[in-house]
Design a protein around this ligand. Structure first.
Ligand code: DGJ
Length: 693
């Protein structure tokens, strides 16, 4: 709900449990007042008059502005920096009214001299305790304006000494959470590679010693892929600031007369109930607004089994085995097209390789379909190998600078898809593929960062290419989905390089990481779950020793770890023993019986109260709950852990099986006393199902 006190010039955005308040101050600045629990009395808020502490602490510096622009006596990070046609680089805005449209509040600002408007948009998502912030700038003048920096918003957190959380990591180790105490100075997270990246992720979590179930957490996630930046700063004036949005790194564009530009939205939330509530708010938003309905199929992917040595015969053999264990979707990965025998050739030449598929793809697809499975295929449309025919014929189709060598990475270049003809080529290639073959699933990969971002087609907006690049990817997929409505798209970037809220919804699944080691995955999946929904988290069971970690982990544990998300099998099942195939079949069957709870239920990271390194997770939906318990290595003997469940009906009675014994206990008992889990040995795991009687 949106409340406006016209007299006091105060705006109040109220969600189910929170309130976000700001107003217009005596300097005509849009000043932040409050972000926290719901107060329910909008008239209590006042706009104090701020006095300059000293000439060295000017009023602009101490004013918690909602959207500080570059100009005047402002020296902190700003959200918007422009150069007007006459070279003036200073913005002076005045308040120009507001508009309300349903749950959207628009605060209108206008430069006092230039015909340039800045609309601050606030969308209230009441049910999820979220507010979406984005900004629209419009050049109403007859001269062009150069935009050098534009963030989606600034947030004010009324504390010092907070704890900041985000991800570090690299390929094969995405989603590694780091915690950092915030003190004076700035923390910067960013990506400059064109894809969101394996390192930092476009979100912030700031807490005051919160736990999963208690404590204040301020958080936000950017709905954008690619080059983002976030700055977290504890100021000398008793608060912590966050700015997030498009990375100003190698970024600039010209806003021509009568043109507008809207930033990607930043979804922000507050809770005093810990990280669990934060995740539920974001998960529920994604599940109900971004993700396509329907349960995700159990897939088989051939990459780890065959790599580039794809043949029709071998794929058919794999498909038959995959069917035996209950797989519902068979995906042919890299290697089926062009002269794709290694990383050095093929990308760009999207014809079916005749040596590998002498009669085309149809014999494989027909076999897969006759087995009752769906069919999926891998593509990497944004890329081209220098040896490909596509590149030889169109050397100008890649990002490059005329006088510089073109740098390959993984043996490939990045296509300049901001060029109309390149974008059309990619759309047509995929449209043909989807029209000519019975394909249900596209795994869209990207395996190198962008560099040498020359794109002369963009003229004076060349430095906007990283932003335009990802918009072109979104456009292509959105357009394809209009025509090929039932096709699911997986966002992959050398594993989890494209996990962000910008791409989610346009794509349906994330490939979480190339690291399929079931133990490492527990950490990756744990961190992933802070922001992103379980339903989009693809996880495969692969062979041991794992190709990355060289670790040997029992198949049951590998299955249980992958069953935490949307299950896939990615090992060479032609080599699996009868015993392993039997176990795999049972596990897939079990997954199918619980996947509705896993994919669509509420997810909980449970507390481990023992000194043993148990990893404990719970899922609940309607009258059922699942407890996933993992013990990678036992420590100090075989000690049990008592684990308290979450989100059960206190008065309800739940039946569950533990150590072969059937038990019936009340929800209240299970949530307060808990369940004793006693796993013995290394790499032990259990999924316990609680059914309400
Ligand atoms: C990187 C992906 O993450 C892998 O799953 C696989 O598709 C390879 N690329 C294929 O080149």
């Amino acid at each position: 709900m949106i409340f406006i006190n016209e007299e006091k010039r105060i705006f109040n955005l109220r969600t189910e449990n929170t309130e976000y308040v700001f107003g217009l101050d005596n300097e005509n600045l849009i000043r932040h007042i409050y972000w926290g629990n719901k107060i329910n009395n909008e008239n209590d808020f006042e706009m104090d008059v701020l006095c300059e502490v000293s000439t060295n602490d000017p009023v602009y510096e101490i004013t918690p502005e909602e959207y500080p622009v570059f100009g005047g006596l402002r020296y902190s990070e700003n959200c918007l920096k422009v150069t007007f046609d006459d070279k003036t680089r200073d913005i002076v805005y005045k308040y120009d009214g507001y508009e309300v449209d349903g749950d959207l509040l628009v605060i209108k600002l206008k430069d006092v001299y230039y015909n340039f408007t800045i609309n601050l948009n606030y969308k209230v998502m009441e049910k999820y305790d979220l507010i979406e912030r984005y900004v629209t700038i419009t050049n109403e003048s007859d001269q062009s304006i150069v935009i050098e920096e534009i963030y989606s918003g600034q947030l004010h957190i009324p504390y010092e000494n907070l704890i900041f959380r985000n991800t570090h990591g690299h390929w094969g180790a995405e989603q590694q959470m780091f915690k950092q105490n915030v003190s004076y100075g700035k923390i910067t997270i960013e990506n400059r590679k064109g894809v969101s990246g394996h390192n930092n992720n476009p979100y912030f979590i700031l807490d005051k010693n919160a736990t999963e179930t208690s404590g204040e957490v301020f958080y936000g996630a950017l709905r954008m892929s690619g080059n983002f930046k976030g700055v977290i700063e504890q100021t000398p004036y008793g608060e912590t600031l966050v700015q997030m949005g498009i990375n100003p790194y190698d970024f600039q564009f010209t806003l021509n007369p009568k043109e507008s530009f809207t930033t990607p939205p930043l979804l922000c939330g507050y809770t005093d109930k810990g990280f669990e509530k934060m995740s539920h708010n974001l998960h529920n938003f994604a599940k109900e607004n971004l993700l396509r309905e329907g349960l995700r199929p159990v897939l088989y992917n051939s990459w780890e089994a065959t790599e580039f040595n794809v043949t029709c015969e071998e794929q058919i053999k794999l498909a038959r085995e995959a069917k035996k264990i209950g797989t519902e979707l068979f995906v042919v990965d890299d290697g089926w097209f062009g002269q794709r025998n290694s990383i050095h050739n093929g990308l760009g030449d999207w014809y079916v390789n005749k040596e590998k598929f002498p009669k085309g793809l149809n014999p494989l697809i027909e076999e897969v379909k006759s087995l009752g499975m769906k069919f999926g295929i891998w593509v990497e449309p944004e890329m081209v190998n220098p040896l490909s025919k596509l590149y030889i014929d169109n050397p100008d189709w890649i990002y490059h600078f005329k006088t510089r060598e073109r740098t390959t990475s993984r043996g490939q270049y990045v296509l300049n898809i901001t060029k109309k003809e390149v974008k059309e080529f990619i759309y047509n290639m995929l449209d043909n593929l989807l029209s000519n073959y019975d394909i249900d699933y596209i795994k869209w990969d990207v395996n190198r960062p962008i560099c040498e971002g020359g794109a002369t087609n963009l003229g004076e907006n060349e430095r906007k290419m990283a932003f335009d690049h990802i918009q072109a990817v979104y456009d292509i997929v959105k357009e394809l989905k209009k025509k090929h409505k039932n096709v699911l798209f997986e966002a992959c970037a050398s594993g989890g390089g494209r996990i962000d809220l910008g791409i989610l919804g346009i794509f349906d699944d994330f490939w979480t990481s190339d690291n399929t080691d079931a133990y490492d995955r527990l950490f990756i999946q744990h961190t992933y779950s802070h922001i992103y929904p379980i339903k989009a988290m693809r996880a495969w069971v692969t062979d041991c020793p794992n190709f990355l970690s060289q670790r040997n982990i029992p198949l049951r544990f590998r299955f249980h770890s992958a069953m935490m998300g949307t299950l896939g099998i990615g090992g060479n099942i032609l080599k699996w023993s009868n015993e392993d195939m039997k176990l795999a079949k049972d596990m897939v069957e079990e997954y199918k019986s619980i996947r509705e709870i896993v994919q669509e239920g509420d997810f909980f990271r449970l507390e481990n109260t023992s000194t043993n390194n148990y990893h404990l997770f719970e899922y609940t939906k309607d009258n059922e709950a699942l407890l996933f318990a993992f013990l990678p290595q036992t420590q100090i003997g075989h000690r049990p852990v008592r684990v308290k469940l979450r989100n059960l009906d206190e008065k309800g009675m739940y039946e569950y099986k533990i150590n072969g014994e059937t038990m019936v206990k009340s929800g209240s008992y299970l949530m307060n006393y808990g369940v004793n889990i006693h796993l013995r040995g290394d790499y032990q795991s259990e999924i316990i199902r609680f059914d309400r009687r």
